[in-house]
Ligand binder design. Sequence first.
Ligand code: NI
Length: 172
Amino acid sequence: MTILPIITAPDPRLKLIAKPVAAVTDEIRRFLDDMLETMYASEGIGLAAVQVGDLRRLVVMDIAQRDGGREPRYFVNPEVVWQSEEENVYLEGCLSLPGQFADVVRPKTVKVKYLDYDGKPQQIDADELLATCIQHEIDHLNGVVFVDHISQVKRDIILRKLKKEKRLAAAD
Ligand code: NI
């Protein structure tokens, strides 16, 4: 398996919109495996293909990994088909915005339909952290990152910090 380089903000590639895949092939499964390995290597709980420069609607997640467990999930062409009016606030972070966190308000519960690792159509009811995480990842497929949900003042502060870090890293 391969650890893929993760694109960090600000980067125009994180604003691109991913395209649905027609079917889950062996090549896609291998790529999902690489994405999962990449996510684990960075201790993330979710990763969208867009974040590694691939414009297909592919997501891997493992919210159990926060507590040291392993419960990998794969979502191909995920789509929110219902969302609750009730909302929830989570302190979100992102592998593409390293070291940055902000409170984000999202629907508390969502129904998501998708294809699984074997290409079978599935639907889940996601609540709490699982709901937040899948919405965060679907956002990536639509060129949206979590700071797009917060005030412009807070967003600018975070993006300025990341820009500065990139400049320092490039100067090394
Ligand atoms: Ni993210």
